[in-house]
Write a protein that binds this ligand. Structure first.
Ligand code: QUE
Length: 339
Protein backbone atom coordinates (compact mmCIF):
# COMPACT_ATOMS: atom_id res chain seq x y z
CA UNK A 1 0.00 0.00 0.00
CA UNK A 2 1.63 3.16 -1.21
CA UNK A 3 0.56 6.73 -0.66
CA UNK A 4 1.97 7.90 -4.00
CA UNK A 5 0.57 6.73 -7.32
CA UNK A 6 2.11 7.47 -10.67
CA UNK A 7 0.74 7.53 -14.19
CA UNK A 8 2.51 8.04 -17.47
CA UNK A 9 0.60 9.90 -20.15
CA UNK A 10 2.58 9.18 -23.26
CA UNK A 11 2.65 11.88 -25.84
CA UNK A 12 4.14 11.42 -29.31
CA UNK A 13 7.31 9.72 -28.14
CA UNK A 14 9.30 12.40 -26.36
CA UNK A 15 6.69 14.69 -24.84
CA UNK A 16 5.23 12.37 -22.23
CA UNK A 17 3.82 13.57 -18.93
CA UNK A 18 4.64 11.79 -15.68
CA UNK A 19 1.93 12.33 -13.08
CA UNK A 20 2.51 11.97 -9.35
CA UNK A 21 -0.77 11.55 -7.48
CA UNK A 22 -0.68 12.16 -3.73
CA UNK A 23 -2.99 9.53 -2.24
CA UNK A 24 -3.02 9.54 1.55
CA UNK A 25 -6.49 11.05 1.98
CA UNK A 26 -6.97 10.22 5.67
CA UNK A 27 -3.93 12.35 6.57
CA UNK A 28 -4.77 15.06 4.02
CA UNK A 29 -1.77 13.82 2.03
CA UNK A 30 0.67 14.79 4.80
CA UNK A 31 4.08 13.58 3.58
CA UNK A 32 5.46 10.61 5.46
CA UNK A 33 8.92 9.12 4.97
CA UNK A 34 7.74 6.65 2.30
CA UNK A 35 6.04 9.37 0.25
CA UNK A 36 9.18 11.50 0.34
CA UNK A 37 11.36 8.53 -0.63
CA UNK A 38 8.98 7.42 -3.40
CA UNK A 39 8.67 10.92 -4.82
CA UNK A 40 12.43 11.41 -4.81
CA UNK A 41 13.02 8.08 -6.56
CA UNK A 42 10.45 8.65 -9.29
CA UNK A 43 11.65 12.21 -9.96
CA UNK A 44 15.23 10.98 -10.31
CA UNK A 45 14.06 8.27 -12.69
CA UNK A 46 11.94 10.63 -14.80
CA UNK A 47 14.71 13.23 -14.82
CA UNK A 48 16.82 10.78 -16.85
CA UNK A 49 13.93 9.50 -19.00
CA UNK A 50 13.91 11.11 -22.44
CA UNK A 51 10.28 10.15 -22.99
CA UNK A 52 9.15 12.34 -20.07
CA UNK A 53 9.03 16.06 -20.70
CA UNK A 54 6.76 17.26 -17.92
CA UNK A 55 5.97 16.23 -14.34
CA UNK A 56 2.46 16.89 -13.04
CA UNK A 57 1.69 16.68 -9.31
CA UNK A 58 -1.94 16.24 -8.25
CA UNK A 59 -3.98 15.03 -5.30
CA UNK A 60 -6.36 12.05 -5.30
CA UNK A 61 -8.38 13.78 -2.59
CA UNK A 62 -10.76 16.68 -3.05
CA UNK A 63 -10.10 17.67 0.58
CA UNK A 64 -6.43 18.64 0.31
CA UNK A 65 -3.38 19.03 -1.88
CA UNK A 66 -0.98 18.33 1.03
CA UNK A 67 -1.37 19.30 4.71
CA UNK A 68 2.35 19.23 5.50
CA UNK A 69 4.80 16.79 6.93
CA UNK A 70 4.31 13.76 9.15
CA UNK A 71 4.55 15.89 12.26
CA UNK A 72 2.86 13.39 14.59
CA UNK A 73 5.46 10.74 13.67
CA UNK A 74 8.29 13.25 14.21
CA UNK A 75 6.92 13.99 17.68
CA UNK A 76 6.87 10.26 18.48
CA UNK A 77 10.51 9.95 17.37
CA UNK A 78 11.45 12.96 19.49
CA UNK A 79 9.70 11.57 22.57
CA UNK A 80 11.40 8.20 22.03
CA UNK A 81 14.81 9.86 21.73
CA UNK A 82 15.15 8.69 18.12
CA UNK A 83 17.02 11.74 16.89
CA UNK A 84 18.56 9.92 13.93
CA UNK A 85 15.05 9.26 12.58
CA UNK A 86 14.20 12.96 12.96
CA UNK A 87 17.33 13.96 11.03
CA UNK A 88 16.62 11.33 8.38
CA UNK A 89 13.08 12.59 7.83
CA UNK A 90 13.96 16.27 7.48
CA UNK A 91 17.11 15.72 5.44
CA UNK A 92 15.26 13.56 2.92
CA UNK A 93 12.36 16.03 2.75
CA UNK A 94 14.68 18.99 2.15
CA UNK A 95 16.72 17.01 -0.40
CA UNK A 96 13.44 16.47 -2.28
CA UNK A 97 12.71 20.22 -2.14
CA UNK A 98 16.16 20.94 -3.62
CA UNK A 99 15.67 18.33 -6.37
CA UNK A 100 12.36 19.98 -7.34
CA UNK A 101 13.99 23.44 -7.41
CA UNK A 102 16.73 22.13 -9.75
CA UNK A 103 14.47 19.86 -11.78
CA UNK A 104 15.50 19.85 -15.43
CA UNK A 105 11.94 19.44 -16.74
CA UNK A 106 8.65 21.30 -16.41
CA UNK A 107 7.21 20.64 -12.94
CA UNK A 108 3.54 21.58 -12.56
CA UNK A 109 1.48 21.37 -9.36
CA UNK A 110 -2.32 21.55 -9.33
CA UNK A 111 -3.41 22.93 -5.94
CA UNK A 112 -7.17 22.55 -5.47
CA UNK A 113 -7.28 22.41 -1.66
CA UNK A 114 -5.13 23.14 1.40
CA UNK A 115 -1.37 23.26 0.74
CA UNK A 116 0.58 23.96 3.89
CA UNK A 117 4.12 23.49 5.11
CA UNK A 118 5.56 20.45 3.32
CA UNK A 119 2.81 20.82 0.69
CA UNK A 120 4.39 24.10 -0.36
CA UNK A 121 7.82 22.46 -0.33
CA UNK A 122 6.76 20.05 -3.09
CA UNK A 123 5.05 22.76 -5.16
CA UNK A 124 6.48 26.27 -4.74
CA UNK A 125 10.01 25.27 -5.84
CA UNK A 126 8.56 23.95 -9.10
CA UNK A 127 8.10 26.03 -12.21
CA UNK A 128 4.27 26.16 -12.36
CA UNK A 129 1.79 26.27 -9.46
CA UNK A 130 -1.84 26.37 -10.60
CA UNK A 131 -4.32 27.17 -7.81
CA UNK A 132 -8.09 27.40 -7.50
CA UNK A 133 -10.51 29.12 -5.13
CA UNK A 134 -10.35 25.94 -3.00
CA UNK A 135 -6.61 26.37 -2.38
CA UNK A 136 -5.57 27.43 1.12
CA UNK A 137 -1.93 28.34 1.42
CA UNK A 138 -0.06 28.70 4.71
CA UNK A 139 3.13 28.08 6.63
CA UNK A 140 1.51 27.37 10.03
CA UNK A 141 4.47 25.85 11.90
CA UNK A 142 4.96 28.46 14.63
CA UNK A 143 1.60 27.28 16.09
CA UNK A 144 3.13 23.86 16.81
CA UNK A 145 6.49 25.05 18.14
CA UNK A 146 8.25 24.36 14.87
CA UNK A 147 9.67 26.60 12.10
CA UNK A 148 8.72 27.36 8.50
CA UNK A 149 11.00 24.94 6.65
CA UNK A 150 11.02 23.09 3.26
CA UNK A 151 12.98 25.95 1.74
CA UNK A 152 10.44 28.55 2.81
CA UNK A 153 13.20 30.59 4.47
CA UNK A 154 14.38 31.07 0.87
CA UNK A 155 11.06 31.82 -0.85
CA UNK A 156 9.32 33.79 1.93
CA UNK A 157 11.84 36.67 2.08
CA UNK A 158 11.54 36.97 -1.73
CA UNK A 159 7.82 37.82 -1.57
CA UNK A 160 6.60 41.45 -1.53
CA UNK A 161 7.67 43.62 1.41
CA UNK A 162 6.94 41.97 4.76
CA UNK A 163 4.62 39.32 3.31
CA UNK A 164 6.94 36.37 3.89
CA UNK A 165 7.64 37.39 7.47
CA UNK A 166 3.88 37.87 8.03
CA UNK A 167 3.09 34.43 6.58
CA UNK A 168 5.89 32.72 8.50
CA UNK A 169 5.22 34.34 11.89
CA UNK A 170 1.42 34.48 11.99
CA UNK A 171 0.75 31.29 10.00
CA UNK A 172 -2.01 33.20 8.19
CA UNK A 173 -3.93 31.24 5.58
CA UNK A 174 -4.37 32.87 2.19
CA UNK A 175 -6.54 31.89 -0.77
CA UNK A 176 -5.57 30.94 -4.30
CA UNK A 177 -5.99 34.42 -5.78
CA UNK A 178 -3.91 35.95 -2.97
CA UNK A 179 -1.22 33.33 -3.58
CA UNK A 180 -0.99 34.35 -7.26
CA UNK A 181 -1.06 38.04 -6.36
CA UNK A 182 2.03 37.68 -4.14
CA UNK A 183 3.83 35.17 -6.38
CA UNK A 184 3.57 31.94 -4.39
CA UNK A 185 1.37 30.54 -7.15
CA UNK A 186 1.65 31.26 -10.86
CA UNK A 187 -1.87 30.80 -12.31
CA UNK A 188 -5.46 30.87 -11.08
CA UNK A 189 -8.07 28.55 -12.60
CA UNK A 190 -11.63 28.02 -11.28
CA UNK A 191 -11.89 24.65 -9.57
CA UNK A 192 -14.69 23.54 -11.88
CA UNK A 193 -12.33 23.95 -14.87
CA UNK A 194 -9.26 22.34 -13.33
CA UNK A 195 -10.13 18.87 -14.67
CA UNK A 196 -10.13 20.19 -18.23
CA UNK A 197 -6.82 21.96 -17.61
CA UNK A 198 -5.33 18.79 -16.10
CA UNK A 199 -6.42 16.74 -19.13
CA UNK A 200 -4.86 19.28 -21.47
CA UNK A 201 -1.56 19.06 -19.60
CA UNK A 202 -1.74 15.23 -19.62
CA UNK A 203 -2.14 15.34 -23.41
CA UNK A 204 1.08 17.32 -23.62
CA UNK A 205 -0.51 20.51 -24.97
CA UNK A 206 1.53 23.68 -24.39
CA UNK A 207 0.58 25.27 -21.05
CA UNK A 208 -0.23 28.62 -22.68
CA UNK A 209 -2.80 26.91 -24.90
CA UNK A 210 -4.19 24.79 -22.10
CA UNK A 211 -4.71 27.82 -19.89
CA UNK A 212 -5.90 30.22 -22.59
CA UNK A 213 -9.64 29.71 -22.00
CA UNK A 214 -9.48 28.89 -18.29
CA UNK A 215 -7.16 31.31 -16.61
CA UNK A 216 -8.85 33.99 -14.47
CA UNK A 217 -7.42 37.40 -13.58
CA UNK A 218 -6.70 37.72 -9.88
CA UNK A 219 -7.58 40.30 -7.31
CA UNK A 220 -6.58 40.42 -3.66
CA UNK A 221 -7.85 42.20 -0.59
CA UNK A 222 -4.74 41.36 1.45
CA UNK A 223 -3.63 44.17 3.75
CA UNK A 224 -0.36 44.61 1.87
CA UNK A 225 0.22 48.13 3.21
CA UNK A 226 -0.21 47.09 6.82
CA UNK A 227 1.85 43.96 6.27
CA UNK A 228 4.69 46.11 4.87
CA UNK A 229 4.30 48.61 7.71
CA UNK A 230 4.46 46.10 10.57
CA UNK A 231 6.23 42.99 9.27
CA UNK A 232 9.15 44.35 7.23
CA UNK A 233 11.64 43.58 10.00
CA UNK A 234 13.69 40.50 10.91
CA UNK A 235 13.25 40.80 14.67
CA UNK A 236 10.16 39.20 16.22
CA UNK A 237 10.36 41.36 19.35
CA UNK A 238 10.42 44.54 17.25
CA UNK A 239 7.49 43.32 15.12
CA UNK A 240 5.39 42.54 18.20
CA UNK A 241 6.43 45.88 19.69
CA UNK A 242 5.27 47.71 16.58
CA UNK A 243 1.91 45.93 16.63
CA UNK A 244 1.44 46.70 20.33
CA UNK A 245 2.10 50.37 19.63
CA UNK A 246 -0.66 50.47 17.01
CA UNK A 247 -3.37 51.39 19.48
CA UNK A 248 -6.83 51.35 17.92
CA UNK A 249 -5.71 49.45 14.82
CA UNK A 250 -8.08 46.49 14.64
CA UNK A 251 -5.88 44.63 12.14
CA UNK A 252 -2.79 44.98 14.35
CA UNK A 253 -4.79 43.70 17.34
CA UNK A 254 -5.90 40.69 15.32
CA UNK A 255 -2.29 39.96 14.31
CA UNK A 256 -1.20 40.16 17.96
CA UNK A 257 -3.90 37.65 18.80
CA UNK A 258 -2.66 35.26 16.10
CA UNK A 259 0.94 35.67 17.26
CA UNK A 260 -0.12 35.03 20.87
CA UNK A 261 -1.13 31.47 19.99
CA UNK A 262 2.28 30.70 18.48
CA UNK A 263 5.36 29.42 20.31
CA UNK A 264 7.36 32.52 21.32
CA UNK A 265 10.60 30.62 20.76
CA UNK A 266 9.42 29.61 17.28
CA UNK A 267 8.61 33.25 16.50
CA UNK A 268 12.09 34.45 17.46
CA UNK A 269 13.83 31.61 15.57
CA UNK A 270 11.58 32.07 12.51
CA UNK A 271 12.35 35.80 12.29
CA UNK A 272 16.07 34.97 12.38
CA UNK A 273 15.74 32.27 9.72
CA UNK A 274 13.71 34.41 7.30
CA UNK A 275 16.01 37.39 7.85
CA UNK A 276 19.10 35.32 7.07
CA UNK A 277 17.31 33.51 4.23
CA UNK A 278 16.99 36.82 2.39
CA UNK A 279 20.75 36.78 1.76
CA UNK A 280 21.23 33.01 1.30
CA UNK A 281 20.90 30.49 -1.52
CA UNK A 282 18.19 27.81 -1.36
CA UNK A 283 20.82 25.19 -0.49
CA UNK A 284 22.10 27.36 2.36
CA UNK A 285 18.53 27.92 3.60
CA UNK A 286 17.74 24.19 3.57
CA UNK A 287 20.97 23.43 5.37
CA UNK A 288 20.23 26.06 8.03
CA UNK A 289 16.63 24.79 8.34
CA UNK A 290 17.89 21.26 8.94
CA UNK A 291 20.02 22.36 11.87
CA UNK A 292 17.18 24.50 13.21
CA UNK A 293 14.67 21.64 12.81
CA UNK A 294 16.95 19.27 14.72
CA UNK A 295 17.38 21.77 17.54
CA UNK A 296 13.83 23.11 17.80
CA UNK A 297 12.24 19.64 17.80
CA UNK A 298 14.36 18.98 20.92
CA UNK A 299 12.83 22.07 22.57
CA UNK A 300 9.87 21.51 24.89
CA UNK A 301 7.56 23.69 22.76
CA UNK A 302 7.60 21.29 19.79
CA UNK A 303 6.21 18.20 21.52
CA UNK A 304 3.79 20.44 23.41
CA UNK A 305 2.62 22.37 20.33
CA UNK A 306 2.05 19.21 18.28
CA UNK A 307 0.21 17.68 21.23
CA UNK A 308 -2.11 20.68 21.56
CA UNK A 309 -2.82 21.19 17.85
CA UNK A 310 -2.60 17.73 16.26
CA UNK A 311 -2.75 15.05 18.98
CA UNK A 312 -5.13 16.14 21.78
CA UNK A 313 -6.48 19.01 19.66
CA UNK A 314 -7.25 21.14 22.71
CA UNK A 315 -5.52 24.08 20.96
CA UNK A 316 -4.23 25.16 24.37
CA UNK A 317 -0.45 24.63 24.36
CA UNK A 318 1.62 25.57 27.37
CA UNK A 319 4.65 27.19 25.72
CA UNK A 320 7.71 28.13 27.76
CA UNK A 321 8.89 30.87 27.74
CA UNK A 322 5.32 32.12 27.39
CA UNK A 323 5.92 35.49 25.71
CA UNK A 324 8.28 36.68 23.03
CA UNK A 325 9.73 39.26 25.46
CA UNK A 326 10.96 36.42 27.67
CA UNK A 327 12.75 34.55 24.87
CA UNK A 328 16.53 34.61 25.25
CA UNK A 329 17.56 35.98 21.85
CA UNK A 330 20.96 34.29 22.13
CA UNK A 331 19.19 30.96 22.49
CA UNK A 332 16.94 31.76 19.51
CA UNK A 333 19.93 32.73 17.36
CA UNK A 334 21.69 29.51 18.29
CA UNK A 335 18.62 27.39 17.41
CA UNK A 336 18.43 29.24 14.08
CA UNK A 337 22.09 28.39 13.42
CA UNK A 338 23.23 32.03 13.42
CA UNK A 339 26.27 33.49 15.27
C1 QUE B 1 1.45 23.16 11.53
C2 QUE B 1 1.97 22.14 10.77
C3 QUE B 1 1.18 21.07 10.35
C4 QUE B 1 -0.16 21.06 10.73
C5 QUE B 1 -0.69 22.10 11.51
C6 QUE B 1 0.13 23.11 11.91
C7 QUE B 1 1.67 19.96 9.57
C8 QUE B 1 0.76 18.90 9.26
C9 QUE B 1 -0.56 18.97 9.68
C10 QUE B 1 -1.54 17.94 9.44
C11 QUE B 1 -2.89 18.26 9.36
C12 QUE B 1 -3.86 17.28 9.17
C13 QUE B 1 -3.49 15.96 9.08
C14 QUE B 1 -2.14 15.64 9.17
C15 QUE B 1 -1.19 16.61 9.36
O1 QUE B 1 -0.99 20.03 10.38
O2 QUE B 1 2.87 19.95 9.19
O3 QUE B 1 -1.79 14.35 9.09
O4 QUE B 1 -4.43 14.99 8.90
O5 QUE B 1 1.22 17.85 8.56
O6 QUE B 1 -0.37 24.14 12.66
O7 QUE B 1 3.27 22.17 10.40
Amino acid sequence: MSYIRTEIHSGDGRDGVGEIILDRPRALNALDQTMIDDMHAILEQWGDDDTIETVLVTSASDRAFCAGGDIRAIREHVLAGETAEVTKYFSSEYRLNQLIAEYPKAYISLIDGPAMGGGLGISVHGEVRIVTEKATIAMPETAIGFIPDVGSTYFLPRLPQGVGMWLGLTGSRIGGMDAVAIGLATHFVPSAELGTVADGIRKGAPLREVLADHRDPVSTDMELKKIAQYFDDDNAVAIVGGLRGAVGDEWAAQMLEQLASASPTSLAVTANLIGEGAVSSLAECLDRELGAAERITAHHDFAEGVRAVLVDKDRNPSFSPATVDEVDLQVAARIAGLR
